[in-house]
Design a binder for this molecule. Structure first.
Ligand code: TPP
Ligand code: MG
Length: 297
């Protein structure tokens, strides 16, 4: 049977996200795959303001806000409480930004995964602390401008490589780990459907372009998310119960195609772009090796 995206909507109009917000599309698709029996929790982030002020909400499911660092702890507690009530069939979803996941929330995430709760942790990755004004996170890529990695005379834009939390989760042998993209909704939804079959912790990292933070026009959100995959800057993979599968794109585009339409990379020299390309090529080779069964530390 041909695959189709579920028609049901759990994210309604009237939210307060910016035009072209990738994180909003991420939630919309995630919820289509989760369905009605779902509890969502978000920490401090753009998504803490997107649904609107209490008592209004743009989501049709129970929704809990928590402090910045605590998504992992919150999903653990919600799961235990629901199980206690005999509601094992409910999905518990933590939906957190890259700052709340790669930085301040990392220990709570790792601990929740280690305890083996039957939960989803979705990281919407817009590659900076957007809600507070575009500060760098450890998930910001090399070369990006942010307000705390400005471009000035001494060119101090982000010098460190992106920390890929999905890779950390594989190293921890979390039963289900995947990367996904708002430009590939069928793939995203199918991954969540696959993950639902696993009773235990599940982690999915979704690249979510941000027009004001990445400096591009709002109509280009999906195009940029697609280019991230087509240039192999953001590879799509799935790691389910120890088996790793990489989405292949045999004719990758050069990284410039992704970098050149975002103002946050405007300042990069040809040499720096070459470095980014070399890093992307090296990582792709590593992922191919992983697929062949080699364990990458
Ligand atoms: C302990 C604590 N420190 C700082 C803040 C301020 N704060 C609120 S949202 C946010 C940025 C969140 O970034 P990220 O997790 O990437 O989500 P995004 O805003 O990009 O959606 C910060 C620093 C806070 N609420 N709590
Ligand atoms: Mg962010």
């Amino acid at each position: 049977m041909p695959f189709s995206i579920p028609k049901e909507e759990y994210m309604m109009s009237g939210h307060t996200a910016c035009a072209g917000c990738g994180a909003t599309l991420a939630m919309r698709y995630v919820m289509k795959a989760m369905g009605e029996n779902t509890v969502v929790t978000v920490p401090a982030s753009c998504w803490a303001v997107i649904p609107g002020n209490y008592p209004n909400t743009a989501l049709k499911v129970p929704f809990i806000y928590t402090p910045f660092a605590s998504t992992g702890a919150t999903i653990s507690g919600i799961r235990e409480a629901l199980d206690e009530e005999g509601k094992e069939d409910y999905n518990v979803v933590g939906f957190a930004g890259d700052g709340g996941t790669a930085d301040i929330g990392l220990q709570a995430l790792s601990a929740a995964m280690e305890r083996g709760h039957n939960v989803f942790y979705i990281m919407y990755d817009n590659e900076a602390y957007m809600n507070t004004g575009i500060q760098r996170s450890s998930s910001t890529p090399f070369g990006a401008w942010t307000t705390t990695t400005p471009v000035g005379k001494d060119r101090v834009y982000k010098r460190e490589n992106k920390k890929v939390v999905a890779d950390l989760m594989m190293a921890q042998k979390v039963p289900y780990v995947a990367t996904a993209s708002i430009a590939f909704p069928e793939d995203l939804i199918r991954k969540i459907q696959n993950a639902k079959k696993i009773k235990g912790p599940k982690f999915i990292q979704i690249l979510s372009p941000c027009p004001p933070g990445w400096y591009f026009n709002a109509e280009n959100t999906v195009k940029i998310a697609r280019l991230a995959v087509e240039t192999r800057i953001f590879p799509l993979y799935e790691y389910a119960e120890g088996k790793f599968v990489l989405y292949k794109n045999p004719n990758p585009l050069p990284v410039e195609k992704y970098l050149e339409i975002q103002g946050r990379f405007n300042h990069l020299s040809p040499e720096e772009i070459r470095t980014i390309q070399e890093n992307v090529n090296r990582r792709w080779e590593e992922l191919l090796e992983r697929e062949k069964g080699k364990v990458i530390p």
